[in-house]
Design a protein around this ligand. Sequence first.
Ligand SMILES: NC(=O)c1ccc[n+]([C@@H]2O[C@H](COP(=O)([O-])OP(=O)(O)OC[C@H]3O[C@@H](n4cnc5c(N)ncnc54)[C@H](OP(=O)(O)O)[C@@H]3O)[C@@H](O)[C@H]2O)c1
Length: 280
Amino acid sequence: MNAVDLFRLEGARALVTGASRGIGKGIAETLADAGCDLAVTARTTSALDDTVRAVEGRRRKAVAIAGDLAEQGVAADLVDRAASALGGLDIVVHNAGVTPMDEDGAPVVAPLQDQRQEVWDAVIAVNLNATAALCRAAHPYLADSDRASLVLVSSAAGLIGFPTLESYGASKAAQISLARSLAVGWASQGIRVNALCPGWTRTDMTAFATEAEPLSDWLASHVPLGRWATVDEMVGAALFLSSPASSYVTGHALVVDGGVSVPDAGMAGRTLPPSPFTTE
Ligand SMILES: NC(=O)c1ccc[n+]([C@@H]2O[C@H](COP(=O)([O-])OP(=O)(O)OC[C@H]3O[C@@H](n4cnc5c(N)ncnc54)[C@H](OP(=O)(O)O)[C@@H]3O)[C@@H](O)[C@H]2O)c1
């Protein structure tokens, strides 16, 4: 056996949500590189033009499907249209997600007690309610596949405390929990379910921080690896979870966060005080 072949996905049918840009676009291109035909989603098909071109440039089929996951019924509709266009689904990477925003799409950076309930509801609607609906709709298609993998793109924010991102963190923690429950429930049907937990990654979602230099540097300084991630650093983990390379992995939360969620007892970057165990 050549272990590199375990990452090949020749002929697999994959759905990637939130694939117009950022991490989702990177994952869609990577799955195409591995041999998948793809259904890709965003709120408009025009936003998916670049992704479709990139997938077709890799000589794989690409179907663009539009739908706003904030609206009820859309998640299930996206799944059904993707399965119908590709003749079934083997891989679903549910990546679309949002952070707290106001009506104009500007980030809301305020602690929970200062946020309106509508901001919370909007995050939970997309990140959690649509995730559950999408998983429910994907189940029959994945159950029909002999290489089924469902990957929920969660976040390191689901593992740590982060004031001002309470709704986001709660929704991402819930995705990890959902992945674990579904992994156990669907294992006998041959469906693997895992979560991928990125840390701070340079995308449009985090532009409010990367474009504000003191904040950007401050956030990076709290990452043990000392920097922001690129989209390219997320796609390998997504390919691993989607492919036979992870055939015995289910119910796992794969953390790709430069160490930001590792409990460090406050010791990061600090010199330990002298102790009886200190040697020169
Ligand atoms: N960037 C980070 O630092 C980071 C860290 C941890 C986890 N994550 C997670 O990784 C995933 C991707 O993040 P990203 O940074 O790549 O985000 P991004 O650049 O903002 O891209 C978000 C994607 O989701 C789609 N989307 C947003 N709202 C949607 C809605 N209501 N209905 C349908 N599609 C919608 C967007 O499509 P359109 O806007 O074109 O419709 C876009 O394709 C998210 O789940 C995020 O929570 C990101």
